[in-house]
Design a protein around this ligand. Structure first.
Ligand SMILES: Cc1cc2nc3c(=O)[nH]c(=O)nc-3n(C[C@H](O)[C@H](O)[C@H](O)COP(=O)(O)OP(=O)(O)OC[C@H]3O[C@@H](n4cnc5c(N)ncnc54)[C@H](O)[C@@H]3O)c2cc1C
Length: 443
């Protein structure tokens, strides 16, 4: 008889993982607390659109889904920086124009992966079912039908928690596994989504193929294009303080803040005040935990195992990469699920931790450094070095976004490159100074 997996959560990674498991012939019961997103009631609770890049595309390709997803994607070829005075600067993501990131809608991607899973007859997806507890030793998930309040015990061979940053499966592991490590840290910033609607003829009102950034040192706004001609803007701003979400108390305050900081965006945002009032302010959390598995009974994947802040545009991409690695480990140890889980954890943990650090660092880069000339010059030098030293020098952003080099290796390699580069630069300056000293007779 085929092994049976109970999956909790059919967000982005849950649907994709169910498809991977279905392809291997496993029985899969997937429970999602929300209603079916295809009924038009998608409540993301998260960003409306996301940046999909090489790692995520590779995972989708494994299941033949990449073309379908990319059909609706909008290429973002670089960062378009908006200064306060309206000046614009474009910085391409890579020296190769064929390398870009893709803006895709969360709801449509979610539908694609769920439908991909449902094409396998051994996969059953049940919406409106919330997991409340997991009995680890017996791999039994307790699920409540949110419409009838009826509770069921769902027993399988293994439970996989793909239930996001506030995972119920992980909470059961926290309660029941001795010395389970858990750490959550919040940024002082929250985020709010706002809209730039299409123009009167349905056109994009700003450059379509770019990720727009309004960097303002301690905070920023970004905007990603949508296929319907609109942009989803996200304001990342401190929760508290003299200039913060807390400090704006009325529409006038909001208007003043936007007119001062994002004057070129304001005329494009007719519903700004209403959206600012009504849209929720989300928090930004990094979650680290260990282990991600319990014997051959329970495992965690995606944000449930490693939520990261969104500034590298990699949370979903990393979750998709988890699916590929878990699939490989199950293939490598077909009769030893416990070993497959342990191998998956050991291959992913270091990389998830590295990504968590990179994502926080990239917030500082986006909100502060992208505005500076030095940053733009450094990007040009990066691209020139990449062209001059092919295969030897790779910018960090390129490694993270356009390759599948493990995140931890990418971070280490970037540190080595920087060290070599700055040492050579220091040496060159020293030699020039010595030469000048000789020429002009200084001692
Ligand atoms: C503002 C913002 C912007 C982002 N931008 C990007 C980006 O550009 N690129 C990128 O790669 N990543 C991005 N991310 C990160 C990305 O959203 C997550 O990494 C990704 O959604 C993780 O997928 P997941 O399936 O693990 O979790 P989720 O997508 O959160 O899915 C979890 C699912 O589990 C369900 N669930 C939760 N609890 C239960 C329960 N008890 N019982 C049953 N079901 C349950 C939820 O309803 C949900 O459907 C962004 C995140 C944020 C907040």
């Amino acid at each position: 008889m085929a092994e049976k997996f109970t999956l909790i959560g059919s967000g982005l990674a849950g649907g994709l993982l169910a498809a991977f498991l279905g392809r291997r012939g496993y029985e899969v019961d997937l429970f999602e607390r929300r209603a079916d997103p295809r009924a038009g009631n998608f409540v993301g609770g998260r960003s409306i659109n996301l940046a999909l890049s090489t790692r995520g595309i590779h995972a989708l390709t494994q299941l033949g889904l990449a073309d379908q997803v990319l059909q609706h994607a909008i290429p973002m070829r670089g960062r378009l920086i908006h200064e306060r005075d309206g000046a614009l600067h474009f910085a391409p993501y890579d020296r190769d124009p064929a390398k870009y990131i893709n803006s895709i809608g969360r709801a449509s991607l979610n539908t694609v992966v769920i439908e991909a899973a449902q094409r396998y007859p051994s996969v059953r997806v049940q919406f409106n079912h919330r997991c409340t507890d997991v009995e680890l030793e017996t791999a039994t998930a307790q699920v409540v039908n949110t419409e009838t309040e009826a509770t069921r015990q769902c027993r399988g061979d293994a439970v996989i928690g793909v239930d996001g940053a506030f995972s119920a499966v992980r909470q059961s592991m926290q309660r029941k596994i001795d010395r389970f490590e858990y750490d959550e840290s919040y940024l002082a910033h929250g985020y709010k989504e706002l809209t730039i609607p299409p123009g009167s003829k349905g056109e994009w009102q700003m450059e379509k193929e770019a990720l727009h950034i309004w960097p303002r040192k301690s905070f920023m706004m970004i905007a990603l294009p949508n296929p319907d001609g609109s942009f989803t803007c996200t304001l990342f701003w401190q929760f508290k303080g003299p200039s913060s979400f807390e400090s704006v108390r009325c529409d006038e305050d909001v208007k003043r803040f936007f007119n001062t900081e994002f004057p070129d965006a304001v005329p494009l945002m007719p519903a700004l005040l209403q959206e600012f009032r009504e849209n929720p302010t989300g928090s930004l959390v990094t979650i680290r935990c260990a282990p991600w598995c319990y014997k051959d009974k329970v495992a965690l994947l995606g944000d449930a195992a490693h939520a990261v802040v969104p500034f590298y545009g990699q949370g979903m991409n990393a979750a998709f990469e988890d699916c590929v690695v878990l699939d490989q480990c199950l293939a490598q140890f077909p009769d030893e699920r416990g070993r497959a889980f342990t191998e998956y954890f050991s291959r992913r943990k270091e990389n998830a931790d590295a990504l968590a650090r990179l994502a926080v660092d990239n917030f500082i880069e986006m909100r502060d450094k992208t505005a500076s000339r030095t940053f733009r010059a450094k990007k040009k030098i990066d691209h020139a070095l990449e062209a001059f030293l092919p295969g030897v020098y790779l910018p960090l952003y390129t490694m993270v976004t356009f390759t599948r080099i493990p995140y931890a290796d990418a971070a280490r390699r970037a540190r080595r490159q920087d060290y070599t580069l700055y040492s050579l630069l220091g040496l060159a300056i020293l030699l020039i100074l010595l030469l000048f000293g000789r020429l002009f007779g200084f001692n």
